[in-house]
Write a protein that binds this ligand. Structure first.
Ligand code: FCB
Length: 456
């Protein structure tokens, strides 16, 4: 039997693998959808500046307008209502609510999120906010060195406390950081992302400051809210390409650098020894008490999963087989890794309830002559990954919710607008949103789950 046959749900409408009360959502982030970059007192972010540097963004685009969500939030909430999701994960733009990253708050910025939260609650959709989805206030970067500076952790904790104080009672959850690995490694080591810094030691120090900022923010928020607090990590489980000692060792190190570097301090209160050894003189400076601060009790763990990483030490490396194909990002479709990873995390870390806070695929979607978007590949992707989650739940992983990335096509960082991840197609010239076939499929799946638990 081919893997594909083994791994496809016998009946796509069979939602029995998901318990009652399961959270069905979609996710976005401020920098990728809001636009309104210079509106109502918003400060600049490091991504505004990064887009202005020639050669940084593949299609030379910027985030001035994006999906114009700032002006269209009511319409976008209506899309979600139609979709039937009961949860929405969005991020708060730090420079919109605190233009310089310290000092004065921007009332108009907070008013936008205040309205958005009310619109969601009226539509029966629970709001899940993320505090940092990569849009660092530019002033904080220019004036103190951003995340390279230890002081950034105090500013982040102040911002977190303010959000918790204002909105905590209406938010279903608050995540401190989205994907600190991407922030540190892609932003400060490989320079693929803003702010485009390239230093391994710098990136390691940034990763420590991010974890510290997370811990300080958790503490600061607890004083203001009883809502659920946690963090969102990206996990791309590595697999040795061949059963050789070299590939195994390389895969283990990759796991250390990407997964254990964040999971171990958060859950075990220590950095992994093998990674510290690997970093040598580039390892971060850690002060007494830092690891206690980082190891705060979490109410949930958010995991973003897209693909696996095939690790090969051959030259040239062994390519991923891609039995189920590759997405438009070139990422191998490998849902088994999601199931296996959820069980591994459960076994090794005894985590709090888990939410899949992102999962989805880029697809070369086009509006067809019939006015629809026939993204059959995305339906398969969605179905396979939901099945992986259901299998993990059946084997003991405590997964409480699933957020598809993304609600709508948006600014995909250094890829600009060329990569489409949405359930809704965005026409950037007109800002018209069109439900893709996958949106119809997800809508029916969520409705079927609700019917099943009403006994209908
Ligand atoms: C994740 C990011 C998200 C989106 C997806 C495709 O790493 O959190 O903003 O870009 O990848």
């Amino acid at each position: 039997m081919k893997l594909t046959d083994a791994f496809i749900m016998p009946n796509p409408r069979d939602t029995s693998g998901f318990p009652p009360g399961f959270v069905w959502g979609a996710a976005t982030s401020a920098q990728q959808i809001e636009g309104a970059a210079n509106t109502d007192g918003r400060g600049a972010s490091i991504w505004d500046a990064f887009c202005a540097e020639p050669g940084r963004i593949k299609d030379a685009s910027n985030v001035d307008v994006a999906c114009d969500h700032y002006h269209r939030s009511a319409e976008d909430v209506a899309l979600m209502h139609w979709l039937g999701v009961n949860a929405y994960r969005f991020s708060i733009s730090w420079p919109r609510v605190q233009p310089r990253g310290r000092g004065a708050w921007n009332a108009a910025g907070f008013a936008f999120y205040d309205r958005l939260i009310d619109q969601l609650l009226l539509a029966g959709i629970t709001p899940h906010a993320t505090l940092y989805h990569w849009d660092l206030p530019l002033a904080l970067h220019r004036e103190i060195g951003g995340w390279l500076s230890r002081d950034s952790t105090n500013h982040f904790a102040d911002y977190a406390a303010e959000v918790a104080r204002r909105f905590g009672d209406r938010l279903a959850s608050i995540s401190t950081l989205n994907e600190p690995w991407c922030v540190a490694t892609l932003g400060y080591e490989t320079a693929q992302f803003a702010p485009g810094h390239a230093s391994r030691a710098g990136a390691a120090q940034v990763s420590h400051h991010l974890l510290l900022a997370h811990g300080q923010a958790m503490r600061a928020m607890r004083a203001h809210t009883r809502t659920n607090l946690g963090i969102v990590l990206n996990h791309t489980p590595p697999y040795p390409a061949e059963p050789t000692e070299d590939d195994r060792r390389a895969a283990r190190l990759n796991d250390g650098l990407t997964t254990r570097w964040y999971m171990d301090p958060i859950f075990l209160g220590q950095y992994p020894a093998d990674v510290l050894e690997h970093l040598g003189a580039d390892a971060p400076r850690v002060e007494t008490g830092d690891l206690t601060t980082i190891r705060q009790p979490l109410d949930f763990l958010g995991i973003n999963f897209y693909t696996r990483k095939l690790v090969s030490t051959r030259v040239p490396p062994v390519a991923a087989p891609g039995d189920l194909g590759f997405t438009d990002m070139g990422w191998e479709i490998y849902p088994q890794a999601l199931m296996q990873h959820l069980l591994r995390v459960t076994r090794e870390y005894t985590p709090p309830p888990i939410y899949i806070t992102e999962n989805g695929m880029a697809n070369a979607d086009e509006l067809a002559a019939d006015g629809r978007v026939h993204d059959a590949g995305r339906i398969d992707y969605l179905r396979l990954h939901l099945q992986a989650v259901a299998h993990a739940i059946a084997h003991g992983a405590d997964v409480r919710g699933y957020f598809y990335w993304s609600l709508l096509d948006n600014f995909e960082w250094d890829s600009g607008y060329a990569k489409r991840f949405g359930l809704f197609h965005t026409d950037y010239a007109t800002q018209v949103r069109t439900a893709k076939d996958s949106a119809h499929w997800y809508r029916e799946f969520i409705a079927a789950h609700a019917r099943q638990h009403r006994g209908g």
